[in-house]
Design a protein around this ligand. Structure first.
Ligand code: C5P
Length: 348
C-alpha cells in the first residue's frame, strides 16, 4: 500500500535547570553601565525545573506549564537559543518546553537557570563543543545571573554578578525556602537602594567568608544588602517576612535571609530534623515552603552528565547521593535516603 509515512518526531532532550540562592550579597556602588557592582555567594540547591528541547522546522518556540512565564521573545530561554543561533550562524528551529517548579519572580534564578540550561543542552544537541568557556560570553549577554548556572555549586559572583568563580569549598547543608507569593521588581529594588547607597571600594563579609577556611559557622556572617530595600519596595511582604524569620531562627537556622531581590526567604540548617520542623511550621502557617539540600558543583555536574547520557568519574565527598529529593507539596520526599547532619564543607 502506498501512503504517507508519518515521520516520528524525535524524542526531546530533557535537561535539569536548578534554582539558586544568594547566601550573601553586597552592593558596592553603581557602575558606569548603570548596573551595580556586586559581591555575592551563589549556591545551587535541589529544586529544579525541567527543560526539554526538540528540533522543529523553523523558529524558536517555548511553552511552560506555569502561566506566569512569558512565552514570547522575552523568555530568557528563547533569548539563549537566539543568541546561540546568531553566534554559530545556524538558524535551526527549536521547540522548548519548560516544566516549572521554581517559583517565578522569587529571586531563585529560575529564568536565568532555564537560559543556561538551553545553552548547555544546545551545545550538546548541535555538537558545537563550545563548553563553559565558549558559552560564558553568551550567558553574560543574556542576564547577570546566567553565567553562574554554567558552573553551579557554591561560587563567588563579582562585577554585575556575572563574573563567576567556583569556590574551592562547597557548602553542603539543608535549606528551607519560603516563597512569598508575588514577585518583586529587581530593578525597582536596586533603584530604592540607590537612595541610601554609600559607594565603597570593597566587600567586608563576602571576602571574609571566602578567605576563611569555611566552617559552617562562617555562614552567619553573611547577609543581603537588598533585603531592606526589597521590604520597603514591597511593604505588604514585610509582615510575612517577619513571621517566616521568627520560625527559621526559632528552629535553629544558621542563616536566614532574602534571596536576591526577593521575594523568597530562606534558612540554612545543619540539622535535617530542624529543617523538617521549620518547613512543617511554615506550611502550617500557610506559606508555600520547600525543603531541600544545597547542590555542590560536583553533584550539579553529575546531574547534567546523567541527563546528557555522559559517563563521568565520580569523586568528592558527596558522591552517590540522589539528584532529586526536595520536600514540598509537588515533589514529595523519597523515603529511605540517609540524611547527613551538619553543614559540611566539601573541598573540590
Ligand atoms: O541582568 P538581569 O536582567 O537579571 O537584571 C535585572 C535588573 O536588575 C537590571 O535591569 C538592573 O536594573 C538590576 N541589576 C543591577 N545590577 C546588577 C544586576 C542587576 O542594577 N548587578
Amino acid at each position: 500500500m502506498v501512503g504517507s509515512v508519518k515521520r516520528r518526531r524525535p524524542a526531546p532532550l530533557v535537561v535539569p535547570s536548578f534554582a539558586k540562592l544568594n547566601l550573601g550579597l553586597e552592593v558596592l556602588g553603581v557602575r558606569q553601565d548603570g548596573y551595580h557592582e556586586l559581591r555575592t555567594i551563589f549556591q545551587t540547591f535541589d529544586l529544579r525545573d525541567d527543560v526539554a528541547i526538540r528540533p522543529r522546522p523553523s523558529g524558536v518556540t517555548v511553552t511552560c506549564d506555569d502561566p506566569d512565564v512569558p512565552t514570547d521573545g522575552s523568555n530568557l530561554a528563547v533569548r539563549a537559543a537566539v543568541e546561540l543561533q546568531r553566534f554559530v550562524g545556524l538558524a535551526r528551529g527549536l521547540e522548548i518546553r519548560i516544566t516549572k517548579r521554581i517559583p517565578v519572580g522569587g529571586g531563585l534564578g529560575g529564568g536565568s537557570s532555564n537560559a543556561a540550561s538551553v545553552l548547555m543542552a544546545l551545545d550538546r544537541a548541535w555538537r558545537l563543543r563550545l563548553g563553559t568557556a565558549g558559552l560564558y560570553p553568551l550567558a553574560r549577554r543574556i542576564g547577570a545571573d546566567v553565567p553562574f548556572f554554567l558552573f553551579g555549586g557554591t561560587a563567588l559572583g563579582l562585577a554585575r554578578g556575572d563574573e563567576v568563580y567556583p569556590l574551592r569549598h562547597q557548602v553542603l547543608a539543608h535549606v528551607v525556602v519560603a516563597h512569598l507569593g508575588r514577585p518583586v521588581s529587581t530593578a525597582a529594588v536596586f533603584r530604592r537602594l540607590d537612595e541610601r547607597l554609600t559607594p565603597r571600594e570593597n566587600s567586608t563579609t563576602i571576602f571574609r567568608f571566602v578567605s576563611r577556611d569555611l566552617e559552617g559557622r562562617a555562614l552567619p556572617i553573611l547577609s543581603n544588602d537588598l533585603e531592606q530595600a526589597a521590604l520597603e519596595e514591597a511593604p505588604d511582604l514585610a509582615e510575612q517576612v517577619g513571621r517566616i524569620r521568627v520560625v527559621l531562627v526559632r528552629e535553629g537556622a544558621l542563616l536566614a535571609t532574602l534571596s536576591g531581590s526577593g521575594s523568597s526567604y530562606f534558612g540554612v540548617f545543619d540539622d535535617p530534623k530542624r529543617a523538617r520542623r521549620a518547613r512543617a511550621a511554615l506550611a502550617a502557617a500557610g506559606f508555600r515552603a520547600f525543603r531541600g539540600q544545597t547542590l555542590s558543583q560536583d553533584r550539579y555536574r553529575r546531574a547534567w552528565a546523567r541527563s546528557l547520557g555522559v559517563v563521568t568519574r565520580t569523586r568528592g565527598a558527596d558522591q552517590g547521593r540522589s539528584g532529586q529529593h526536595g520536600d514540598h507539596g509537588r515533589q514529595g520526599h523519597p523515603g529511605g535516603r540517609r540524611e547527613a547532619e551538619g553543614v559540611r564543607i566539601h573541598r573540590v
